[in-house]
Design a protein around this ligand. Sequence first.
Ligand SMILES: Nc1nc2c(ncn2[C@@H]2O[C@H](COP(=O)(O)OP(=O)(O)OP(=O)(O)O)[C@@H](O)[C@H]2O)c(=O)[nH]1
Ligand SMILES: [Mg+2]
Length: 201
Amino acid sequence: MRINSAKFAFSSGKISQIPRDGLREFAFIGRSNVGKSSLINMLVGVKGLAKVSGTPGKTRLINHFLVNEGRDGGGWYLVDLPGYGWARTSKSVREGFDKIITDYVTKAEKMWLLFVLVDVRHEPQKVDMEFMEMLGREGVPFGVVFTKADKLGTNALATNVANYKQELLKRWEELPPMFVTSSEKRTGGGEILEFIEQNLT
Ligand SMILES: Nc1nc2c(ncn2[C@@H]2O[C@H](COP(=O)(O)OP(=O)(O)OP(=O)(O)O)[C@@H](O)[C@H]2O)c(=O)[nH]1
Ligand SMILES: [Mg+2]
């Protein structure tokens, strides 16, 4: 799919503030620093559209980016969500996930698909597994995006992806759609955009 335009549209501090224009939303979630904002920038081909930072916890609001708006409106949103697990000892994390995150993923009516990002260098993390379990319970459709693939060699990459699939198959009957990406090397974005395109009609 071609990206003809992409622009920042809204920042929301709570679910009641998100747009209600009926356009579909494709959202990105995952641990702080996993590369959500970088991935969004790669997908639309605009550096700096979503703010990237070396400091975990940069994105604290729900940010909507409007993509491929036509002359008469329309288009769809990429949604950058705050990371989870950025303050391990905070009350919200001990009790589960931040309300803004659970509210968005379970209540946003036009949230069409959620991409859960995981750093491909790491073993499956408890917090990600718990988050996906919550999505399963709530019936939220999701895919898994491995990030930072450039940080591993071909063999280690294949091994880690295979391990991750094995871990998921302990809990799930079938695997979700999966994507391997590097925002640094600009790889894997085409597959995600194709998948989004299939979900636009
Ligand atoms: N090598 C490499 N670094 C990456 C990649 N994607 C992101 N990074 C780096 O990882 C750090 C965090 O990236 P962000 O995109 O800000 O991560 P985020 O998930 O949006 O972080 P929060 O908003 O804090 O939750 C930055 O230093 C990025 O440059 C990638 O594919 N490869
Ligand atoms: Mg971010």
